[in-house]
Design a protein around this ligand. Structure first.
Ligand code: ADP
Ligand code: ADP
Ligand code: ZN
Ligand code: ZN
Length: 744
């Protein structure tokens, strides 16, 4: 295999014919401001081509089952090897997947129990909740069951006529209404509270209805019977609407037969070192590692060694506070990424290409060091690591840093620096300068009042009562797993705070900054006014749309046995409109040209005050580089979050409480200043802002800091310090204070 990865003439998205040689076997960090082209180079060019080349080796039938890679724009890409992408996408939504199953640690634990469990049970699949031989038959190995939240179903103060049954479809005039109100068994004009208890029971359950002295129809089905038949006992749980109903009217409860342990009785009761497999799965991984080390039986020595390795790796990367039983659906993006990394540590593959997206997201400085050690050990096994990262500590650990820039979008896409950390620290590039800036220390603002979080016991919180100051910026800090998200969730629950998260803004390919800001109609009117044509002509969803692609700009061909293909529409060359529409211009711009403007350019070039005002909000949150027509589905989590802040800044009126989870994720050192200004703007409007954050500059700029810990999981859940950043510095017990002192 070639010893160098060679890239020539890469032009994906904004890349400007990038040439780059990367020696294999190194840890390379890609830096640069948001939108500079890091992802375009690392994910959409290098990883995409590597993935594409691997897939090419398979027949179409197999290829169809592999992740799809579209071929990047480049003249030459060579020296690649199979690629493993380790991103921050949360680990699947499957209820059967736990930290134990996904890391294989549970496989070893099952083996251990099948070999030396007392009383002896048998095969290792008898300990698997994903195998019919082992799963609890009542809950099919899920450990919990969805049950109707009965108290949510009826409004006792209403009559049936007034819609006492709150389930969708059961209200007055709706589909099921007559089955209850018009059968003569119940009084539809009387509030449910005044009914005999037996009647209320009968309304809900067929069994109870049959015990009534009066007649009910033969095929009578109680409200809950019907709801469960339609909503719970069906395989289709996917539609958004249905999910919303389920969230509102059901709750999950521990399986009454296995008590949540997911296994059949025999497997549940077998013991090793006096503990059941369920007990071991629920222990913190760090403690489990200690316990497993005490198994001395030579028959299982290799199993114990393999299990200890896995548990050690998880603890080493700062996840020792999790348990093997923890469902992967409840893990954060950062936790998911670290789990994925651990999965690969055990792999015996070498000479792979690993591509990471901000592996330090969600990590306290204290945990960043463990992540770095993990990256180095992957490299030392002979792999090549390409890491998109903003954290200076990771740059310092890299063999080589490549900076893209100098700015975002069209003003970026070039390599502005390549070299070591020491060289970067003196370089005149955005990242070099960012490494040298310190924010001015500022006087904390005075808070207006307090919102009390009472008796918080969520997850690991130790019955905390905490005051959140209002009208200022409060930062929640602490090592991963210390309880920050739990406390923030409790704040949201007790005080109706608005969460501004990093979830996608839209799943619709047609939504763009243009549609999101609500300025599309104003722009259509502008074009109509100047051209004398109707505004509808300028909508890609109606009259003016290219008839060949119906305004999509692309044609999707569904091929029965092969990958579907998206090709640029030939009729309009991807411009989406008919030639007639494109002939109309405003100051030299056609309606399709407007899509290609960046927000920043549009502020200056579109002569329409309302449009400029709406777009300026986007510039203010640092999104001036987005193109107006760019699909919102392309945005990163951090960009989605800032877009939502922009909307809050322009829309919300009243003082509101906001909660943000790690808004610096994906932000360049230089953009952190912009983010702080955005948070300041929220605060200046009288709002209360609570931010979970690890970035030391953001912590220094806070008005108030609440540090949780001191450790993760059971060793956390307490307030270590609550005060101004300066007061925090003096706290001896705080890991955060230590990190602040070390970088002061
Ligand atoms: P970074 O990773 O450095 O933040 P990106 O590589 O994501 O930057 O983006 C570089 C430029 O390419 C930006 O102007 C961005 O808007 C644009 N871009 C990103 N994804 C796409 C896409 N799927 N289609 C077109 N342009 C894109
Ligand atoms: P942080 O935000 O500081 O990283 P969290 O609030 O996410 O910490 O977690 C605090 C503790 O609660 C950890 O031990 C974590 O494993 C546990 N925990 C968090 N979410 C859940 C959950 N959904 N189910 C069970 N335990 C959880
Ligand atoms: Zn069960
Ligand atoms: Zn077309």
């Amino acid at each position: 295999m070639s010893s160098t990865i060679r890239i020539r003439g890469a032009r994906t998205h904004n890349l400007k014919a990038v040439d780059l040689d990367l020696p294999r076997g190194e840890l390379v960090v890609f830096a640069g401001v948001s939108g500079a082209g890091k992802s375009s180079l690392v994910f959409d060019t290098i990883a995409a081509e590597a993935g594409y080349q691997v897939n090419e080796n398979y027949p179409p039938f197999v290829r169809n089952r592999l992740p799809r890679w579209s071929r990047p724009e480049a003249e030459l890409l060579e020296g690649l090897s199979p690629v493993v992408l380790i991103d921050q996408k949360r680990l699947g939504g499957n209820a059967r997947s736990t930290v134990g199953t996904i890391t294989d640690a549970f496989t070893y634990l099952r083996l251990l129990f099948s070999r030396v469990g007392e009383p002896h049970v048998g095969e290792s699949n008898h300990f698997s909740f994903n195998d019919p031989a082992g799963m609890c038959p009542s809950c099919a190995g899920l450990g919990e069951m969805l049950t109707t939240a009965t108290e949510q179903v009826l409004d006792l103060d209403r009559t049936l006529e007034q819609g006492a049954i709150l389930l969708p479809g059961f209200g007055n005039g709706q589909y099921w209404y007559r089955q209850y109100a018009e059968i003569g068994a119940f009084d539809p004009a009387r509030p449910l509270r005044d009914w005999p208890a037996a009647d209320r029971e009968a309304l809900l359950h067929r069994e109870a209805a049959q015990r009534l002295s009066r007649d009910v129809p033969k095929d009578y089905e109680g409200v809950i019977d019907r709801f469960e038949r339609i909503y719970l006992h069906t395989a289709d749980n996917v539609s958004e609407r249905k999910q919303a109903v389920l969230r509102r009217f059901t709750r999950s409860a521990s399986c009454p037969d296995c008590g949540g342990e997911r296994l059949r009785e025999a497997a549940r009761t077998a013991r090793v070192l006096g503990r059941t497999i369920g007990e071991m799965s629920r222990m913190e991984i760090g403690e489990l590692a200690g316990l497993i080390g005490q198994v001395r039986d030579p028959r299982v020595a290799p199993v114990v060694a393999a299990l200890s390795d896995k548990l050690g790796a998880l603890t080493g990367i700062g996840l020792g506070y999790l348990s093997l039983a923890r469902p992967t659906t409840t893990l954060s993006g950062g936790e998911s990424q670290r789990i994925k990394t651990v999965r690969h540590l055990g792999s015996s593959l070498v000479e792979m290409l690993y591509v990471f997206d901000e592996p330090t997201a969600g990590l306290h400085q204290h945990d960043v060091q463990s992540m770095i050690a993990l990256l180095k050990s992957l490299r030392d096994k002979g792999n090549t690591l390409l890491v998109v990262e903003h954290d200076p500590a990771v740059m310092r650990a890299a063999d080589r840093i490549v900076e893209l820039g100098p700015a975002a979008g069209g003003a970026g896409g070039r390599i502005v620096f390549e070299g070591t950390f020491d060289e970067l620290a003196t370089a005149d590039t955005p990242t070099g300068r960012g490494l040298r800036t310190r924010f001015r220390e500022r006087e904390p603002r005075t808070y207006k009042g307090k919102l009390r979080i009472d008796n918080a016991r969520r997850n690991n919180l130790r019955d905390l009562t905490v005051d959140i100051p209002t009208g200022v910026l409060t930062v929640l800090t602490g090592v991963a797993g210390s309880g920050k998200s739990s406390l923030a969730a409790e704040f949201v629950a007790q005080h109706q705070a608005t969460v501004v998260d990093q979830r996608p803004v839209s799943t619709n390919r047609r939504s763009s900054p243009l549609t999101y800001c609500g300025i599309a109609p104003a722009i259509r009117k502008l074009f109509a006014r100047r051209s004398g044509a109707g505004p509808k002509l300028f909508s890609a969803n109606s009259e003016g749309a290219c008839p060949a692609c119906r305004g999509a700009g692309a044609i999707y061909t569904d091929l029965a046995f092969m990958e579907g293909q998206e090709t640029v529409c030939e009729a309009c060359s991807g411009r989406r409109f008919t030639a007639e529409v494109l002939a109309h211009t405003v100051d030299g711009l056609s309606i399709a040209d407007v899509d290609d403007l960046t927000v920043e350019e549009a502020v200056h070039r579109l002569p329409e005050p309302a449009v400029a005002r709406a777009l300026r909000q986007l510039v203010d949150v640092g999104l001036g580089y987005l193109r107006l027509g760019q699909p919102l589905t392309d945005l990163s989590g951090g960009e989605c979050q800032r877009l939502k802040i922009a909307k809050e800044l322009s829309a919300a009126e009243h003082p509101t409480s906001y909660v943000l989870d790690e808004p610096t994720t994906g932000l360049h050192l230089a953009d952190t200043g912009v983010l702080l200004q955005v948070l300041d703007r929220l605060v200046e409007r009288g709002n209360t802002v609570l931010v979970i954050e690890h970035d030391l500059e953001v912590i220094r700029s806070a008005d108030w800091v609440i540090d949780l810990g001191p450790g993760p999981g059971r060793r956390g859940g307490r307030v270590v310090c609550s005060g101004t950043p300066r007061q925090l510095l003096a706290c001896a017990e705080s890991e955060t204070a230590r990190a602040l002192r070390e970088t002061a």
